[in-house]
Design a protein around this ligand. Structure first.
Ligand code: HEM
Length: 752
């Protein structure tokens, strides 16, 4: 008998794990080091030995596709299909899954099925995609772990296009699902009351993410964002601020789509291509619609946006708010979208939900069948974003080209769709299945031609290491160069890295941070030419391999000099690519902004970083390198021991034995023998003075001192600073080093 008392002992419960306030409510600006321990193996129910590539390759892709296609032309009672075809809503699902990708940090995209989780699953723009995913659950269930949600979502989009008469360019599997919400992606500064239904209209202003006024020369969007509004994939269909301004809308489309790495032609192909299919849904005012999935009542079981009117679906459906279809044949690939867009003048009207949309002025314009009510014909519809393609002079040129050449349009959309849905998969070694496409002309894949030579063996590697060390390049320079080559890799879209040898190509060779590598690259090239010149049996070594091998050789020596004989792993097989196969603009996005490892801060950092401290950008870099906290700390200590500063400055080089792999960085960092003083008003640079003599011993930046100032980083630094810490540090450093060198080696790694 509990006597009405709660078993906790009191008579109320105020919280349980995860209840606010949490640490970040009290200290919103604290460095969130725990970002590095996200989506770890602990969260993955498939276990660490599960091999997705092996599982996926057991699938008969053609049979799976037939099953999906069969399902698309059926209809289930709880969410009947428009026009008896689920195709259009599945195309939108796949597009929205991929469309969160942004080139600036490579985050977002279709690669991990993130549209299953908040916040993306609950964005207004993703209205009713919860239904689309639940409709294909029986197929997901049947194939189980062999078919990820991420792959199924994209594949269903392709199947949908194909049954509607559109020739897709290809499909690759290989996307591995995430198992946790994504807390590392910055989605923009706006927050609002999460308990209410939030339409773009009801949201707080979008002005925080925009600079200047639409139309100004400096009008631009905060990085790394790609969407014009919080909770939209790209732009507001009613134009900026919902005002129905097509030219303003065109400007926003251009900025947002180029942040997704799409040019004008690809942008028009995607929008005009996508809107050849399906319809928009706007029968009920947004105010009547229920909560988004993340906060919907329990009995909705993950569904959101409950629609209380009429059937709540079919002819009563409410998704975005705009109502109607773009073409007379919404389930058929044809050129009617562009034909009608250009043939008719369009005037503003309102949907039943009250949204701003456009309809032909000419009442004799073709009509389109209702998606559910037999015999009913409706007026055609365009959104402000569609009219934008006609009004903007550059987009108009592309439209006119596609109007006159349907095959060119088809080809452009086909390739742009392949790019859109595969953009974040990384090197083509990650592509699975019989429909993958990886011709060298797909520049966005950052192609690296296959090797037509034999790889070096262990004896060659030993000899090459000797040649490199004898070439007169310092160990510090070798380490700096290897790290510079490898550390462009980002785990988000899996671009960058040492493979390809792009450190020696534009734009990388011209970056200020890489100037120190230029003579090193030249010297390594000589070693390569000499070695390759001596071979007779078709054996060769690549520059990319030598860039990494140089670092490994130097570190083995540096560890030995510190009294710890160590083998630094090296896996040959990197290939060199060419300048022609390198998209300079797209690689420029990989240029570091704040890299504390190399003491680099973009000269414009203070002007362009809003309230973001350099150490926060450094944490972001560590996260993109997929480092754990101990790895981040160890890597920093080792690189500082080797003096990996881009400018050869002394910041953070807390040692008198530069180039020897000591743990001096940590012993100084944790020592009370020093007093730390900032040497500029903003606290960007510091002096470490001997407490006894008052003399300056070392200098540092924020990126250095944060390892002693932040409680969590300091906890790890203390381990490496301990009297038993040196060995542990060198071991951890070598492991973290090898991890960074191998980040892009999808050719030899188990798919991950
Ligand atoms: C539907 C906006 C680009 C494919 C819609 C809807 C809106 C919209 C508001 C109606 C949603 C609903 O109420 O059901 C936009 C905007 C775009 C854009 C503002 C960019 C400026 C694209 C792209 C694609 C695409 C790039 C694909 C390549 C579709 C499809 C539908 C659709 C297939 C129909 C969905 C259905 O029938 O249920 N779009 N869209 N859209 N969109 Fe887009």
């Amino acid at each position: 008998e509990m006597g009405g008392k709660c078993p906790f002992g009191g008579d109320s419960i105020g919280g349980a794990t995860g209840t606010p306030p949490m640490l970040s409510d009290w200290y919103p600006n604290r460095l969130k080091v725990e970002q590095l321990q996200q989506n770890g193996p602990q969260a993955n129910p498939l276990g660490e030995d599960f091999n997705y590539a092996e599982a996926f390759n057991t699938i008969d892709l053609e049979a799976l596709k037939q099953e999906i296609k069969g399902f698309l032309t059926t209809s289930v009672a709880w969410w009947p299909s428009d026009y008896n075809n689920y195709g259009p809503q599945m195309v939108r699902m796949a597009w929205h899954s991929a469309g969160t990708y942004r080139i600036a940090d490579g985050r977002g995209g279709a690669g991990e099925g993130m549209m299953r989780f908040a916040p993306v699953d609950s964005w207004w723009d993703n209205g009713n995609t919860d239904k689309s995913r639940r409709l294909i659950w029986p197929i997901k269930q049947k194939y189980g772990s062999a078919l990820s949600w991420a792959d199924l979502i994209v594949l269903t989009g392709n199947c949908a296009l194909e049954i509607m008469g559109f020739p897709t360019y290809g499909f690759a599997g290989g996307r591995q699902d995430a198992w946790e919400v994504d807390n590392s992606t910055y989605w923009g500064p706006e927050v609002w009351d999460g308990t209410k239904v939030n339409t773009p209209d009801s949201m707080v202003t979008r002005d925080k993410r925009w600079r200047g006024q639409n139309g100004d020369a400096d009008y631009d969007l905060e990085n790394p964002l790609a969407a014009s509004y919080q909770s939209l994939i790209y732009v507001n269909p009613e134009g900026p601020y919902g005002k129905g301004d097509p030219l303003g809308s065109a400007r926003d489309i251009r900025i947002t789509f180029s942040r997704m790495a799409m040019n004008d032609e690809e942008t028009v192909a995607l929008i005009a291509g996508g809107h050849a299919f399906g319809k928009s849904h706007g029968m009920v005012p947004a105010a009547e619609i229920g909560a988004q999935p993340e906060i919907a009542p329990m009995e909705q079981m993950g569904f959101g946006w409950n629609n209380p009117r009429g059937k709540g679906h079919s002819e009563d459906t409410m998704t975005n708010g705009i109502e109607g279809s773009w073409t007379p044949n919404p389930t058929q690939w044809d050129n009617d979208y562009l034909i009608n867009l250009f043939k008719f003048d369009w005037e503003v009207t309102k949907s039943p939900a009250g949204a701003l949309q456009w309809t032909p002025v000419d009442k004799n314009a073709p009509k389109t069948p209702d998606a559910h009510i037999p015999g009913q014909m409706n007026a055609l519809m365009m959104m402000t974003t569609d009219i934008a393609l006609k009004e903007d002079p550059e987009y108009r040129k592309v439209c006119e080209k596609f109007l006159g050449d349907f095959d060119a349009f088809t080809q452009a959309f086909s390739k742009a769709w392949y790019k859109l849905t595969h953009r974040d998969m990384g090197p083509r070694e990650r592509y699975l299945g019989p429909e993958k496409r990886n011709e060298n002309d797909l520049l966005w894949q950052d192609p690296i031609p296959l090797a037509d030579y034999k790889l070096v063996d262990a004896a060659d590697i030993t000899a090459l290491k000797e040649s490199i060390l004898k070439s007169g390049i310092s160990g510090s320079d070798l380490v700096y160069t290897a790290f510079s080559a490898a550390s462009t890799h980002r785990s988000s879209d899996k671009r960058g890295g040492a493979n390809g040898g792009r450190l020696a190509l534009a734009p990388q060779k011209d970056w200020a941070i890489n100037q120190r590598t230029v003579p090193v690259v030249a010297a390594l090239r000589s070693v390569m030419e000499e070695f390759n010149g001596q071979q007779t049996g078709g054996k060769q070594v690549s520059l990319a391999d030598l860039l990494v091998l140089g670092g490994c050789a130097a570190l083995e020596k540096a560890a030995a000099d510190a009294g710890l004989t160590t083998t630094v792993p090296f896996t040959p097989g990197r290939r060199d690519t060419t300048q022609e196969l390198t998209d300079i603009e797209m690689f420029t996005w990989l240029k570091p902004v704040a890299d504390g490892f190399r003491n680099y801060l973009d000269p414009e950092f203070e002007a362009i970083s809003q309230d973001v401290a350099p150490e926060v950008m450094f944490l972001d870099k560590a996260q993109l390198l997929s480092l754990t906290t101990p790895e981040w700390v160890a890597l920093m200590g080792g690189l500082k021991a080797m003096n990996a500063n881009h400018d050869n400055s002394a910041h953070g080089i807390f040692t008198d034995r530069v180039g020897v792999l000591t743990n001096d960085f940590f012993t100084v960092l944790t020592s009370m023998d020093f007093e730390w003083k900032k040497t500029d008003a903003k606290g960007m640079a510091f002096s470490l003075d001997d407490r006894e003599t008052g003399k300056q011993r070392f200098t540092a930046t924020r990126a250095d001192l944060v390892f002693g100032a932040n409680s969590q980083l300091r906890a790890v630094a203390e381990v490496y600073a301990g009297n038993d810490g040196h060995k542990r540090f060198v071991k951890a450093f070598v492991k973290a080093w090898d991890k960074v060198m191998m980040l892009d080696r999808y050719d030899v790694k188990v798919l991950a």
